[in-house]
Design a protein around this ligand. Structure first.
Ligand code: A2P
Length: 273
C-alpha cells in the first residue's frame, strides 16, 4: 500500500490522511489506532486536550509497527505557551515517545498573548529533534503574520476547521503564499448535515462512493491534509480510500460553493484550551 504524503517546508513528508482521535478516550483510542494501522493509516492526530495520548501511544505499540513508519501529531494547551518545552515534554511522556512528528500550538489564545513565545519554543524544540515538524492550529492569517514577523519562520502546517460549508479561501491563500500546508479538522462537518447535502449525495451516487468519500476527496485533490475521525472499521477503511474518486474541477468548485445558514465556525479569538 502506498501512503500518500505532502512535503512540508522543513523537509519531512506528512501523510495526507490522518485518523482524528477526538473524542475517543484512552481505551477506544488504543483499540482504534491499532486497527487503523492494520488498515493502512500512518498518521494519527491527538492533543493534550483530547486526554487520549496514552491510548494513542499504546495503540501504536500494540500494532508492532516501526516508530519510523508512523506520523504522530499532537498539540499542547494554553498553559504551556510560556513554557513550550515543558508542554511538549508532557505530550511525549503521555504518548510514551522520544519525539513527535508534528507539534502544534493548539489555539492562539490571544487573550493571554503568549503565542509568539510558544512559537519560539517550538522552533527550538524542532532544532533539538523533539519534534520533526512544527505548526499551529486555529491560527488566523493575522496570528500567523505575527509569528512570521517575529521569528522569520512560518509554521509548516496550520490546522483549521475546514469543509465545503467553510472552505476558508482567504486562509488557504495565505497559507499557500507562505508555504504552510493546510490541514482540515472535522472535515466531515461535525454532524452538521453536510453528508446529507443533495449535491454531496448526488456526486456520491454518480461516482459510486459514499458522501464522506466525496468530501475527503475534495480535500485531497486540493492538497489539503484531512483528519476524519471514525471508530467504525468500515468507515475507517472507506475514509482512507479517497484518492481515485474522480471529482472533476467543476465538482470541486461546486462543493466549494456550498454554504449553509446557521452554521458558524469556532471563533479562535474566543475559544481555546
Ligand atoms: P463514527 O466514529 O461512528 O464513524 P469529523 O471527523 O468531521 O468530526 O466527523 C466525525 C463523525 O463522522 C463521527 O461521528 C464519525 O462517526 C462520522 N464518520 C466518520 N467517517 C464517516 C463515514 N465514512 N461516513 C459517515 N460518517 C462518518
Amino acid at each position: 500500500m502506498t501512503t500518500h504524503t505532502i512535503a512540508l517546508s522543513g523537509g519531512t513528508h506528512l501523510p495526507t490522511i490522518a485518523l482524528g482521535t477526538w473524542p475517543m478516550d484512552d481505551a477506544e483510542a488504543r483499540r482504534v489506532v491499532a486497527s487503523a494501522i492494520e488498515l493502512g493509516y500512518r498518521h494519527f492526530d491527538t492533543a493534550e486536550n483530547y486526554e487520549n495520548e496514552r491510548g494513542v501511544g499504546d495503540g501504536l505499540r500494540d500494532s508492532g509497527i516501526d516508530r519510523a513508519d508512523i506520523w504522530v501529531t499532537t498539540k499542547f494547551n494554553r498553559r504551556w505557551h510560556a513554557a513550550p518545552a515543558e508542554g511538549l515534554k508532557g505530550n511525549l511522556q503521555r504518548l510514551g515517545l522520544d519525539y513527535v512528528d508534528l507539534a502544534l500550538i493548539h489555539w492562539p489564545n490571544p487573550d493571554q498573548d503568549r503565542y509568539v513565545q510558544a512559537w519560539e519554543g517550538l522552533i527550538e524544540l524542532r532544532a533539538q529533534g523533539l519534534a520533526r515538524a512544527i505548526g499551529t492550529s486555529n491560527f488566523t492569517p493575522a496570528h500567523l503574520t505575527r509569528l512570521i514577523d517575529a521569528t522569520g519562520v512560518a509554521p509548516e502546517v496550520n490546522q483549521l476547521e475546514l469543509h465545503p460549508y467553510f472552505d476558508r479561501p482567504a486562509e488557504r491563500a495565505f497559507h499557500a503564499a507562505h508555504g504552510i500546508v493546510t490541514e482540515a479538522w472535522s472535515p466531515l462537518g461535525r454532524g452538521n448535515g453536510l453528508l446529507d447535502e443533495p449535491l454531496v449525495t448526488g456526486l456520491a451516487g454518480r461516482l459510486g462512493v459514499t458522501p464522506a468519500q466525496v468530501i475527503l476527496a475534495w480535500d485531497v485533490v486540493q492538497g489539503i491534509v484531512t483528519i476524519p475521525k471514525s471508530s467504525d472499521p468500515g468507515r475507517l477503511a472507506q475514509n482512507l480510500d479517497v484518492f481515485d474518486v474522480g471529482l472533476t474541477d467543476a465538482d470541486v468548485a461546486a462543493l466549494s460553493a456550498l454554504t449553509a445558514s446557521g452554521i458558524e465556525p469556532v471563533d479562535p479569538e474566543r475559544f481555546g484550551h
